[in-house]
Design a protein around this ligand. Sequence first.
Ligand code: PEP
Length: 245
Amino acid sequence: MIVAANWKMNPALDQASVLATALANQSFPQIKRILFAPHPYLVPMSVRLTGTALEIGGQDCHFADHGAFTGDVSAAMLRDCGASLVLLGHSERRAAHGETSDIIAQKITAALAQNLDVMLCVGETKAERDDKKAEQVVIDQLQASIPKHAPPARLMVAYEPVWAIGTGAVASPDDIAAMHDVIASVLAERYGANHVPPILYGGSVNADNAASLFSIPLVSGVLVGGASLDADAFATICAAAQDAA
Ligand code: PEP
């Protein structure tokens, strides 16, 4: 079981330090915990969380190694600042930064070349689900975003329906199970049934609904946005994951 916190562009640095201290004091030895921190916080968070089991990741990286890309960060920079993995293809970046699956594939290649593991986000919009295109959209995202050479042991996939992110509207257990099954089939076709990377669910996960999400087949973890900014809520989610592990 994996529980990943996506702080997005939150919180203020003094609050981040308080939150990191709380995370450092929590112990969930049977699960993997990940913190995707804002880039300027990677160094202070990795210093603060040294010696804990929390893995630290960046929320994006550029596909180039270096160059004239004002405001961007490279995979090597993330690694040098203490990250061991990176979140790529989040729908907020696809929507607000025009990231296509082709760009995301180049970013995955760059991240893997710098020894960063990758959590790839995929998911359909509300309109795509209403049009009954959700499964095809996710299949297309997976096929176009995962480079041919990407080793399964370095990958995680987060299924995040866009309409469920930050809205309080969680996908139904049946829809989550069905989509995780589709994702697992695509990954099994590529890697073989015994090498399917972990598939997480994300979208309005909180302390109240986490336990029920972990009981859904093929849910190997959760990616948590808003609720990860509350140390107690995050601990409750981790405890539910540990119970289900
Ligand atoms: C996310 O940002 O990946 C996310 C799932 O956010 P939230 O938990 O707030 O819906």
